[in-house]
Design a protein around this ligand. Structure first.
Ligand code: SF4
Length: 375
């Protein structure tokens, strides 16, 4: 890593330099180091390092995936205070998408947008047992074998295990057999139970999220890891979250990507109660992306920019702060759109043009982050 010397020469921020050098050159990451990185206002310095780390690994390539989001049900009994999407059982706006409709949407998205992934994401619906998911996953695998099923957060897996009275490990085994390819990282929010007790007291604990992820990795099911920041957490709690992800990755090597999300408070109970009044915005996003690239360097390869919650312009800037993946086209997204934040789907052409506008090379990838086409 001798080339990082140019940054040493450029910067006069010696405290920050010492921490970055310790992390990158000696692979020594302590909680206090992560806190210091998250507390700095010097995002130009962080950006120089994180952009350099992205560049040596990915050159000028930035990836994306053509995908469909299937928010199969908005019925949920977990009532997270940050969520504008869910409806209680029997609410007049509640829905559960039928198996026929799910298949119809996937086949439509396959023929019109050549999707390579369907992202299954829904509420904790006490009426949906494991057979519902097994049946639909089997059908998708049979009818659309080249569309990977990236689905069900750790908390949905936990819910299915409760409804079906089986262990989470057994649920994962059965779903893998039915065609589940990988797990999204949703449901982590901040892996600190003091935060969870405030923002999502009925949701799984931090340890349960980590346990289910570990079970999945040991069964050969890869996953993403996420962080939803910008609610009530402290910088130290964010740092602890990152350290927990780091520690599990050292053990299982099962995370393919890390995705920091910024919380969108619009139309949520947290905003109604005055707990969070506004989203944190671009400065914090670029810092989160940079810090993630620095501390996960050599451990988690891919870092997604969050165009969904921060917009395309910020996702472009995120590339210069260490992000190598633009995420998905997200056709059909309904969770973030429930906040009214912004348009929540992009066509591949929009993503390709946004990447080209930054003089990078867009590349379409599959569910395993393998490149299938350069543009
Ligand atoms: S975030 Fe998920 S678990 Fe929480 S209320 Fe919304 S749909 Fe339910």
């Amino acid at each position: 890593m001798q080339n990082i010397q140019f940054i040493d020469n450029y910067s006069k921020n010696t405290d920050l330099l010492n921490i970055i050098n310790k992390i990158i050159k000696q692979n020594d990451i302590q909680l206090n180091d992560v806190i210091s990185l998250l507390e700095t206002k010097d995002i130009q310095h962080l950006g120089l390092v994180s952009n350099y780390l992205r560049e040596i690994q990915f050159g000028k390539t930035v990836t994306f995936i053509n995908n469909l989001i299937l928010n199969y049900t908005n019925v949920c009994i977990t009532n997270c205070k940050f969520c504008a999407f869910y409806r209680p059982p029997n609410h007049q706006e509640s829905y559960t998408v039928s198996q026929d409709e799910i298949l119809k949407r996937i086949i439509f998205a396959k023929s019109n947008f050549n999707i390579k992934q369907v992202l299954f994401q829904g509420g904790h619906n006490p009426k949906l047992n494991i057979e519902y998911f097994e049946e639909i996953f089997r059908t998708i695998s049979l009818k659309c074998p080249d569309v990977a099923i990236h689905g069900l957060s750790a908390s949905e897996i936990d819910m299915i295990s409760k409804v079906s009275r089986s262990s989470t490990k057994e649920v994962l085994q059965r779903l893998k057999k039915s065609g589940l390819a990988s797990l999204p990282g949703a449901g982590a929010e901040i892996l600190d139970d003091e935060v969870k007790d405030i923002i999502s007291p009925l949701k799984i604990s931090s340890d349960t999220w980590l346990r289910i992820m570990e079970e999945a990795h040991l069964l050969g099911i890869k996953s993403s890891a996420t962080m939803m920041y910008g609610t009530v957490e402290s910088i130290e709690q964010r740092a602890r979250h990152l350290m927990k992800i780091l520690s599990l990755q050292r053990k299982t090597n099962g995370f393919m990507a890390f995705i920091p999300w910024s919380f969108e408070p619009n139309k949520t109970e947290m905003q109604d109660k005055g707990l969070v009044r506004y989203p944190l915005g671009g400065f914090e996003l670029l810092k989160m992306i940079s810090v993630s690239r620095i501390i996960f360097h050599g451990l988690i390869d891919h870092l997604q920019s969050s165009w969904l919650t921060n917009g395309v312009g910020m996702a472009q800037l995120a590339i210069f702060h260490g992000s190598d993946d633009f995420g998905g086209t997200l056709i059909g997204e309904e969770v973030v759109s429930a906040t009214g934040a912004r348009s929540t789907e992009l066509l591949a052409g929009n993503i390709i043009n946004s990447i080209k506008a930054m003089k990078f090379t867009p590349a379409e990838r599959n569910n395993n982050y393998e490149i299938i086409k350069y543009y």
